[in-house]
Design a protein around this ligand. Structure first.
Ligand code: 13P
Ligand code: SF4
Length: 398
């Protein structure tokens, strides 16, 4: 960590360019043919190998499950966001951590690694639309509203890993915890306990993960959940709605998982006899409700790996992972849940040319795209991340 802000140009990353015509196949409302972006120049494979070999133990490459095959090939470890955060922290000997994932993951890795280590994000445009849906100023304003309404002292923030370091720091300052899709149930149980009778949880920024965890995993009532809309005064809630709610769900969602539909599940069940539906908890509640299995990317992989040959699956998560699973388990039938969903365009910004550029620059002694979280932000974000790692019985769960 250092005293600079979270990008080398001392400026926050811009919002996603989704919807601005730069990558039409990922635009909202566009039918996706189920294709991934074309693989990069094969000559780059040899260059990536040579650069990695030259760097040896000096570099540790992490790859999220949604990365392209051409990038995963060079990852020392792969995982979901929780596993990768822990993996980064477990390699204090590696001066360079190259994070093949998105910005919030690289920030978390920077927070969890030592000051002598540098985290590199091969393309700074690899952001996350969900994380962008909660800006720190909006969250601070919302908290002030909760203070004015007299409920803040009974409210515990639970923040999904998919958020900026500044919001993680807000969470640490207000006695909350970070969660991921693998440990949201444990985190929410802990937070509700902290909040006490009549207490509340402010769940940021994914309304779906918050709702699904409360209702599906903890058996809570849907009526206890309200959505806090940061664009409306007092979140768009009346004092009565605010007072009676247990779960204050930030109005954010994943632009990939939010597009899987109930109709797609029904169609799969009609067309594929005995099909099993497995989806990520970032999907909408009505989708999660009718799925056979729900879980983080790591859980999806483990569940499919453990299934007997001949099992038929439709999978509601990012396309790179689904295609990789289909290739890895040919004895099972694995299909993508729906044609109106594309790969995650920001995850896919990390391609082989960017990875080669990052690695070859390190070989030449130049660090490109370092992710450095401001020291004060990192201090409080670490409090919230450490709280997550200290949750009762916390190990890597699915
Ligand atoms: P997990 O890897 O934690 O399952 O999260 C999925 C995701 O959307 C990451 O951006
Ligand atoms: Fe963000 Fe969704 Fe992409 Fe994950 S899949 S990085 S939550 S936009």
């Amino acid at each position: 960590m250092s005293t600079t802000t979270d990008s080398p140009r001392n400026a926050p990353l811009p919002l996603l360019v989704l919807g601005q015509g730069t990558d039409l196949r990922t635009e909202r409302g566009v039918e996706c043919p189920g294709d991934l972006p074309a693989p990069s120049d094969p000559d780059l494979v040899a260059r990536a190998r040579a650069a990695k070999e030259a760097l040896g133990d000096k570099v540790f490459v992490l790859g999220h499950h949604y990365q392209r095959d051409e990038v995963i090939e060079f990852a020392d470890v792969t995982g979901d966001s929780f596993k990768l955060a822990k993996d980064a922290a477990a390699r204090p000997d590696a001066p360079y951590i190259v994070f093949c994932g998105v910005h919030f993951m690289a920030e978390s890795a920077d927070i969890l690694t030592s000051d002598s280590q540098t985290v590199v994000l091969p393309d700074l445009a690899a952001g996350c639309s969900m994380a962008d849906m909660a800006a720190i100023a909006q969250v601070e304003d919302a908290w002030e509203d909760l203070v004015a309404a007299g409920v803040a002292e009974r409210t515990v923030p639970v923040t999904y890993m998919n958020s900026s370091a500044a919001i993680k720091a807000f969470t640490g300052r207000h006695g909350g915890t970070i969660c991921t899709s693998s440990n949201a149930k444990t985190a929410l149980t802990w937070a509700l306990d902290q909040a006490g009778d009549g207490g509340k949880v402010l769940f940021l920024p994914d309304q779906h993960l918050g709702r699904n965890t409360y209702v599906r995993d903890l058996g809570g009532a849907l009526e206890d959940c309200v959505v806090w809309d940061p664009h409306r005064p007092n979140g768009g809630l009346t004092p009565e709605e605010l007072e009676s709610a247990t779960m204050l769900l930030w109005r954010g969602h994943c632009s990939v998982h939010g597009r899987f539909t109930l109709e797609a599940v029904e169609q799969a069940r009609r067309e594929i006899p005995d099909v099993k539906v497995i989806v990520h908890p970032e999907c909408r509640h009505e989708v999660v409700e009718v799925a056979d299995e729900v879980g983080s990317t790591e859980k999806i992989i483990k569940t499919i790996a453990a299934a007997p040959a001949g099992t038929k699956w439709v999978v509601g998560t990012e396309l790179n992972l689904v295609k990789r699973l289909a290739a890895q388990f040919p004895e099972q039938s694995i299909a993508f849940l729906e044609k109106n969903v594309c790969y995650c365009s920001t995850m896919n910004r990390i391609d082989l040319p960017h990875l080669v550029w990052a690695l070859e620059s390190l070989v030449e002694g130049r660090v490109v795209n370092p992710i450095r979280v401001d020291d004060e932000v990192a201090r409080y974000a670490r409090v919230a991340l450490d709280q997550m790692l200290a949750l009762p019985g916390e190990t890597h769960k699915d």
